[in-house]
Design a protein around this ligand. Sequence first.
Ligand SMILES: C[S@@+](CC[C@H](N)C(=O)[O-])C[C@H]1O[C@@H](n2cnc3c(N)ncnc32)[C@H](O)[C@@H]1O
Length: 275
Amino acid sequence: MSTDLHPALSDPFNHYSLRLGKGYWENPLSGDKYYINGGIPVFLPEELMSGNNLKYSRFYDRISRFYRFSSLLASRFGGYSDRKSRMRYLQKLHIAPGNRVLEVAVGTADNLKYLPEGAIYSGIDISFGMLTMAAKHLRKWKRSAFLFQGEAEHLPFPADSFDVVFHVGGIVLFNDGQRALQEMIRVARPGARLLIVDDKEDTPACGERFNPFNPGDISLPGGTMALPSRLIPHGMKNIEISILDGGNLFCLIFTKPELRPGHEHKPLMTPAVQR
Ligand SMILES: C[S@@+](CC[C@H](N)C(=O)[O-])C[C@H]1O[C@@H](n2cnc3c(N)ncnc32)[C@H](O)[C@@H]1O
């Protein structure tokens, strides 16, 4: 993809604009450098990760080479196609040509395979292993996307950067799902569509519990599995919640409000939807 289409980047920890150096992105204010490894800028090296994010980064690094195969196998055993299963929610994104689209926790890019061409895709994930597989898949599928390593709780993009922002699978186990949601809203432009799909609260924690590569001592933030639907800030528009996959998944869609002249948008992190 043409580098002219590359999204602007900002420091994930203080939002200062980054500039491109030789092999790194640099914060000119602090001098901090974020190195580019195999074409992927790295914003959070493993030594700076903690809690579930560290456990899951290692877990997904380990299973990255088998992740797509196991999804395909699961769909085959379930009697449905991977495409059909993913299109149940991807079709709700309503992506138009030229849209700037961000997938948070992009994994091995399996969703991007099924999205329409003509939009400008970016994906971020905490696991470098998953991103390496994503890059490999995209080359094989002749699709393009800008890939970034980092955590959903600290996105390396300026406010209002994307027309569509989505996340599939994982937010309920992030260190701070509420912060991740706040970040997704920050980087979405006013009027943008946001979509979140994940396991429902009463689904035995995220399927991965049954995975033999499971990191084991999963701690659910706050002791219970938080439902992102309870975290949507007041003021979000057109909220739709649906249940998919025979009741195992929830799909949450909403729109970031347009700015009223003279009103800066500041999301209030109080629940809009109660259980
Ligand atoms: C179940 S996979 C989903 C991958 C992809 N979205 C899909 O639908 O196939 C969960 C992904 O979340 C990523 N992840 C976990 N915690 C994260 C965090 N705090 N920030 C960003 N990515 C994270 C993992 O590395 C993994 O790739």
